[in-house]
Ligand binder design. Structure first.
Ligand code: ADP
Ligand code: G3P
Length: 513
């Protein structure tokens, strides 16, 4: 009897790690998830312990494999493992010891604001986007690495000694899961490398001019080798966990993985992932499109010759984290899943607009000096109004990103595929459709990020041979939300949002940014 094959996916996100196991039909058959501690040492700083990221992944693999075997399968049936990860988050380690030299500096961390402000005055700062696809900000890895080189003595010492290794979370996990310095597998894929500002967006190789501009000496720091997102050998294999010996054959940044998991393989398809932040990726085809309207260009995926696609991306820094903020900082609700019920106690936001600029505003505005601001509070305002204004903030920012995408691509979208924690809320998805004026399509199985990583891994070992093989995956249980308000009403609400964004500008002085 031929036993079915399965593919595993490590999903290392901002707030939790997961391991999921999929069968060939793309059904999820086992899963394990673990939240891990976040560290906020100063206002605007956000760190994670790199060793904890690895141990959380180990726990998740072991937990999911146990569930898988309890269901009557054996671990040998898992023929490949894919990795997907929070992007930009910067890890530095010593390549002789394999030990991290600093906590990971998370993508949301804004400590490099002052450094970025100075860099913006350096000649050529405005041209960076045409080479790497991303404008200068605290968000990509580049300024985080520069900050560490200037401020963390252990990192500086390793740099001077030539033993410093840099990587995003994918590289770190691959390196550690392969046993660290013994094998020294230090690789990344183009979807992750395109978030560093060090990679040339056309050639998918490190660009010496970019590194020179940042004054980073390549002889003193080892960058991960950039290899295809789906590769049978380059990522090595697991040297520990319940899946010891299993090959890692796929690697994608989590937003790229979600686009793949949503089967956004062809130009014109788009997805929006509502997690801690919110990220809208629009497949623009095999050639990069450089945005003129505040978006980024990113590698959607690179599955080898003829199967490389680019995306325009709109990133929102604060999305699900604004809901968590209401839960944890104010005890407004017991858990994020209760947000919609509170918001439904009222009919609208009661005139309140919440600009959730906790660490400035990302796309398409890029306002560093804004901070979270609620406009329109009166004696009438109730908790429900604030709940509604909170969920609307993410929907408005998505609307603004879509407007920018339309201008850059010249083609209006007609459907938005969605996933991520916040999309569990029908109210949020309905609000989104109302604002953008076209359907929002939510899949039944929402672990699309992990599914995308599994697809990348499965392609490399022949579990799936073409995109066509995936056409039936995750089609069941979809919900389509269609607009229920008029275009005129949507325009009126959006104008009020834009006014609030304008009024939130300049809250911080230049020196405070
Ligand atoms: N029912 C819900 N309504 C609104 N927000 C939610 C709901 N469920 C989860 N969230 C939010 O979604 C986020 C988690 O989504 P997830 O996709 O797991 O995030 P990540 O991958 O960034 O760790 C949390 O910030 C949480 O506040
Ligand atoms: O972990 P998530 O889902 O919040 O995604 C983080 C993004 O990759 C940051 O760019």
């Amino acid at each position: 009897m031929i036993r079915p094959t399965f593919v595993g996916a490590i999903d290392q996100g901002t707030t939790s790690s997961r391991f999921l196991i999929f069968n060939q039909k793309g059904d999820m058959v086992a899963t394990h998830q673990l939240e891990f501690p976040q560290h906020y040492p100063h206002s605007g700083w956000h760190e994670q312990d790199p060793e904890v990221l690895v141990s959380s992944v180990e726990t998740c693999i072991n937990g999911a494999v146990e569930e898988f075997e309890n269901a009557g399968h054996t671990r040998e049936q898992i023929v490949a493992v894919g990795i997907t990860n929070q992007r930009e988050t910067t890890v530095v380690w010593d390549k002789t010891t394999g030990k991290a030299l600093h906590n990971a500096v998370v993508w949301t961390d804004a400590r490099s604001q002052e450094l970025v402000r100075k860099l913006k005055h350096r000649i050529g700062s405005g041209e960076l986007i045409s080479r790497c696809g991303i404008p200068l900000s605290t968000y990509p890895s580049a300024s985080k690495l520069l900050w560490l080189l200037e401020n963390a003595p252990a990192v500086k010492e390793a740099y001077e000694a030539g033993t410093l290794a840099f990587g995003t979370v994918d590289s770190w996990l691959v390196y550690k899961l392969n046993g660290g310095p013994a094998r020294n597998i230090h690789v990344t894929d183009p979807s992750n490398a395109s978030r560093t500002m060090f990679m040339n967006i056309e050639t998918l190789e490190y660009d010496d001019d970019l590194l020179d501009w940042f004054r980073i000496d390549r002889k003193k720091v080892t960058l991960p080798k950039i290899v295809s997102s789906s590769h049978p050998q380059a990522y090595g294999s697991l040297t520990f966990t319940a899946l010891k010996g299993a090959r890692i054959t796929g690697c994608l940044g989590d937003q790229s993985a979600a686009l793949v998991g949503q089967k956004g393989f062809t130009a014109g398809l788009a997805k929006n992932t509502y997690g801690t932040g919110c990220f809208l990726l629009y497949n623009v085809g095999p050639k990069p499109v450089i945005s003129k309207h505040g978006l980024m260009t990113t590698v959607a995926f690179d599955f080898g010759e003829g199967k490389r696609m680019y995306a325009l991306e709109g990133s929102i820094a604060t999305a699900g984290s604004s809901v968590t903020f209401l839960v944890e900082n104010f005890g407004f609700i017991e858990s994020p899943s209760k947000l919609s019920a509170l918001a439904e106690e009222v009919e609208d936001s009661g005139g309140c607009t919440f600009v959730t600029a906790f660490s400035g505003l990302f796309a398409p505005y890029w306002i560093d000096d804004a901070r979270g601001t609620i406009f329109g509070i009166t004696a009438y305002t109730k908790r429900g109004h604030i709940a509604r204004a909170t969920l609307e903030a993410t929907c408005f920012q998505t609307q603004a990103i879509l407007k920018a995408m339309e201008k850059d691509s010249g083609a209006p979208l007609t459907e938005l595929r969605v996933d991520g924690g916040m999309c569990a809320s029908d109210l949020i998805m309905q609000t989104q459709s109302d604002f953008i004026g076209f359907p929002v399509n939510r899949p039944g199985m929402r672990e699309t990020t992990a599914l995308g990583a599994a697809m990348a891994a499965g392609f490399a070992v022949g579990v799936w041979k073409s995109f066509e093989d995936l056409k039936d995956v995750n089609n069941e249980g979809r919900t389509i939300f269609r607009p229920q308000i008029s275009e005129k009403e949507a325009r009126k609400r959006f104008a009020r949002w834009e006014k609030a964004v304008d009024m939130s500008r300049g809250w911080l002085n230049e020196a405070e940014v």
